[in-house]
Write a protein that binds this ligand. Sequence first.
Ligand code: ADQ
Length: 458
Amino acid sequence: MKILFAAAEVAPLAKVGGMADVVGALPPILRKMGHDVRIIMPYYGVIPDKLKENPEWKWKGYAMFQEFDIFETVLPGTDVPLYLMGHGSFIPARVYGGEDEDWRFTMFANAVAEFAWNYWKPNIIHCHDWHTGMIPVWMHQVSDIGTVFTIHNLAYQGPWKWFLDQITWTPWYMDAHNTMAGAIKYADRVNTVSPTYAQQICTPAYGEGLEGLLSFLKPWGILNGVDTDVENPATDAALVQNYSIDTLDDRLANKLALQKELGLGVNPRTFLIGMVSRLVEQKGVDLILQILERYLAYTDAQFVVLGTGDRYYESQLWQIAARYPGRMSAQILFNSALSHHIYAGSDAFLMPSRFEPCGISQLIALRYGSIPIVRRTGGLVDTVSFHDPINQVGTGFSFDRYEPLDLYTCMVRVWESYRYADAWKALQQRGMSSNFSWQASADKYVQLYRSIPGLENA
Ligand SMILES: Nc1ncnc2c1ncn2[C@@H]1O[C@H](COP(=O)(O)OP(=O)(O)O[C@H]2O[C@H](CO)[C@@H](O)[C@H](O)[C@H]2O)[C@@H](O)[C@H]1O
């Protein structure tokens, strides 16, 4: 099967969150399974520094009255052909933001459609989030190119139809009020990234206004995986000490190094909670802010947070950290190496999300032996099971209601459980041996592609 992945983020070249991990990890596996998978993404100003060789110029096309260039290279560390769509609006060193964001990504979507019509024709274009949402709308009447639309974040729905009408060609049949709604309505198949979230978005509580459409279409839920080559504590070059499930005691060196690196009190037995996250409403930061000071006052725990996002959350976390020197560190930046220090050095990993399509951070935490503390929602339900110390089952701690008290009591429970070193070690080992490799997900994506009429045997 010929499959073209189109996305705004692809790891390791341009990553803001988990979508980049997915689009960076799934194509190499599908390629190993024998499919001709290629990726297309915008040629951001940050990319040239991350490539060893200059990409080769291949083709010039036109989209929304703009000329764009197509360059070809391979996704670093893989044999997956990668096409970079070059246009002046993508040169600034950012992925999202800016006043032209809606226009810029709609033009990218249009360029991908032109590319697929005129340069390399796939059987399927696999689109990710609203940035590529107009592709299924335009391809709706093209019989030999199918479309799959994957929802990573339903909260961002892209430009409204009236704006699309002004900037681009919206087909006469497009009966949808914004880009995301159009993608959902006209894609041949729609999925999201976990079975539980696939059900939740069919309800008003999680559907972001699209629950009617979604409950009618019943999206597939295919769980994300984790890239086991990249996210591997036994080989991770960012760590001061590599370790595995069999050499778990070696892990401690990473905790001591993290405490030192971030100016926390260096003590092997002090319970250390880590968090690596976009600092946005979705991730439950408001809940944390309501209880954090009380928690730091009641326990001796340390807390490290790495992330960027909403200015209010950034400054609140920073201010609390300033009030608790040696106990808390707020790192308001994006830094992959530091994120790995946190996964490897923290005892527990906090993710009290308001909603969570799947979540990759908790999967990385499990692999690195940091015990997830999660709210039972979306993909967190499907990936973290409740720790029961008596029966020695489960991989993490969770709470149900989106309430500060529920998070607080859960975090106190975790702090107390940490004192039982043997049970804690067994819990870490169960987490580290859970299997969330991409292969199972890749098999399901192939099933999804083949469920499109005409592609049964492709
Ligand atoms: N400041 C920082 N520095 C370094 N690394 C950082 C960082 N902030 C975040 N990261 C990294 O970004 C990734 C976050 O991925 P998640 O899937 O957990 O959440 P996200 O909401 O971004 O993804 C969305 O898309 C994915 C993919 O489908 C879904 O799993 C998820 O539920 C959905 O919200 C992790 O690899 C994490 O380590």
